[in-house]
Write a protein that binds this ligand. Structure first.
Ligand code: AMP
Ligand code: ZN
Ligand code: FE
Ligand code: FE
Length: 283
């Protein structure tokens, strides 16, 4: 089994990068990608841990949030050189945008009467990427909500009273950065971007002009019917297919391994397009 989408505590996951590699090995995976939001800080530790595990291929990745005319879409970079300067500089700028946004979220929550502190929220983050899921966990710890979904619904989601926008790159910028760092670019969980396949076909064609390689057809949020449509779209357009769990290690139904029998054979053509600096043992 393979898994090309997972998060560590360097963004909003719970496990340290080396713990994630070990958990993947215990789950019987033969390949795993670390794709933290807006950072590649964990990839060095992660690839080193994968080097020490028999039969494991570790892949250095990242997950961008991009802004398109039809809302936010997530773009995975897989097998990239984490020391690439334009990539690191762009991620730094995105994290600054997060920090500004986070300060404003905190101020809004305080105005609404929720006396949360910066230190409290920070205590839920294991690295430089602090985000709304960390706010959510801090709110739950205070007893102000029962679940992350409830915090997004009542406070942090679009349309809620403490919602604040942050800077996000365009899909073109994100894909160009990934390709410049030698990675494979794949649209993550496409169903959370759009369910309009005609719109997606046009957009994906446009993104292929910047180097888009793949779409993530296997993901817990992609149902059986949507997956069939996405696989057909990938086939029609000549895109590769990626598969991942989006593991964060938070709740019980969060399990490692791409869902629904995603075949291991997806990996070989993807590996062929990745930077050797982004693959364990190949470095
Ligand atoms: P941020 O990048 O800090 O703006 O936070 C966005 C992240 O929060 C996403 O990548 C999701 O993992 C998570 N998220 C977004 N909406 C929801 C929701 N309604 N319920 C739970 N988690 C969510
Ligand atoms: Zn996440
Ligand atoms: Fe995502
Ligand atoms: Fe993710």
């Amino acid at each position: 089994m393979i898994d090309l989408h997972s998060h560590s505590n360097r963004s909003d996951g719970v496990k340290a990068p080396h713990e994630l590699a070990e958990a993947a090995s215990l789950s019987g995976l033969s390949a795993i990608a670390l794709t933290d939001h807006d950072t590649v800080d964990g990839t060095g530790e992660f690839l080193k841990a994968c080097d020490g595990l028999d039969g494991m291929t570790g892949i250095a990745g990242v997950e961008f949030s991009a802004e398109s005319e039809r809302g936010t879409l997530h773009i995975l970079g897989l097998g990239l050189d984490a020391s690439n300067t334009p990539l690191c500089e762009a991620l730094e700028r995105i994290r600054e945008g997060r920090d500004e946004r986070n300060r404003r979220i905190l101020a809004r929550l305080n105005e609404l009467g929720y006396a949360l502190t910066w230190e409290e929220v920070e205590s839920f983050a294991g690295g430089d990427v602090m985000g709304r899921p960390h706010f959510a966990r801090a709110m739950i710890a205070r007893g102000w909500a029962e679940s992350i979904a409830e915090v997004f619904e009542r406070f942090l989601g679009r349309g809620a009273p403490a919602h604040v926008e942050r800077f996000r790159p365009s899909p073109e910028e994100a894909i160009t950065l990934i390709k410049g760092a030698g990675g494979v670019a794949s649209i993550a969980h496409p169903v959370s971007w759009s369910m309009d396949y005609d719109f997606m076909r046009d957009e994906l064609r446009r993104f292929m002009g910047f180097g888009l390689d793949a779409i993530e057809c296997y993901h817990p949020r992609v149902g059986t019917k949507a997956r069939a449509s996405l696989l057909a779209l990938a086939d029609e357009l000549g895109l590769l297919v990626t598969a991942g769990s989006d593991f964060h290690g938070i709740d019980g139904d969060d399990v490692l391994g791409a869902p629904d029998g995603a075949p291991d054979s997806l990996l070989a053509p993807l590996l062929g397009r990745m930077s050797p600096y982004g693959i364990s043992k190949a470095r």
